[in-house]
Design a protein around this ligand. Structure first.
Ligand code: ZN
Length: 254
């Protein structure tokens, strides 16, 4: 059995047997993989709280034929401030879920890893207004895995400039905007301001997003757009719950 050491995020965990856990980890080098942490639910476990959700950790594991066996683990970041805010926890957990949805087991995505880390760092530093970070996380993750919606100011079908159009239609099928001639009733209505917001959210680093002022109802609209886009092109929702319904209470870290 080979031995590996890896820096990971804990993105999912399930209780297994009496005192074990199966944990889903997202490694910078190896992508998403699962492993069993024997005895990790015992009070005196050597793992301590290493496998709390969202933690960044260093782990050592053996490759088994079906499952990896975690032999050592140490938390590098446990996001204490983030975990005091229900909204910030919800956003962190939904982003973690999205990583599971977007990436297949073993698919590497170091840029998504760095983006997730930057997102959690921001959530830990400032817990208010976490939805801007969340929508930007989805936009950038889709880009990094090669499913990039197009927010250029041109019609994707005929190439016409859309600058003069006050109301735009985003077509999830086409993955971008269509002009009045081409849209034929299809798509989600957006304004030029929305188009510019989406471009900015995609381009601005997570650490500088806070200076953008985007109302929450706009973020909910962009979230719906990305979910519809992802349903069409990836045949699955980005996350199986709407942004709106999750606002308010929440925060169970299990
Ligand atoms: Zn057109």
């Amino acid at each position: 059995m080979g031995l590996s050491r890896e820096e990971v995020f804990v993105i999912r965990r399930i209780d297994f047997k009496e005192s074990d856990q199966i944990v889903r980890l997202f490694g910078r080098k190896t992508g998403v993989f699962s492993g069993i942490a024997k005895g990790s639910r015992k009070l005196d476990s050597k793992f301590g709280s290493t496998f709390d959700l969202l933690n960044r950790a260093e782990v050592v594991y053996y490759h088994g034929s079906n499952l990896n066996f975690l032999s050592e683990g140490e938390a590098l970041d446990n996001w204490e401030s983030l975990k005091r805010s229900g909204d910030a926890i919800d956003v962190g957990l939904r982003c973690a879920k999205t990583i599971s949805v977007l990436l297949a087991e073993g698919q590497t995505a170091p840029r998504v890893y760095d983006l997730f880390r930057a997102t959690l760092e921001e959530l830990d530093a400032h817990q208010e207004g976490p939805y801007l970070l969340e929508v930007a996380f989805y936009l950038k993750s889709l880009k990094y895995i090669g499913f990039d919606p197009d927010f250029d100011g041109r019609c994707l079908s005929c190439g016409a400039e859309l600058d003069g159009e006050t109301s735009l239609k985003f077509s999830p099928r086409a993955g971008g905007f269509l002009c009045d001639e081409c849209k034929r009733g299809e798509g989600l209505k957006l304004s030029q301001g929305d188009r510019k917001n989406l471009v900015k959210l995609k381009r601005t680093p997570q650490s500088r997003l806070r200076r953008l002022k985007v109302p929450e109802e706009k973020l909910a609209l962009y979230y719906r757009l990305l979910n519809r886009f992802s349903e069409y092109h990836l045949e699955r929702e980005l996350i199986p719950r709407s942004l709106r319904s999750s606002q308010g209470r929440g925060g169970a870290l299990s």
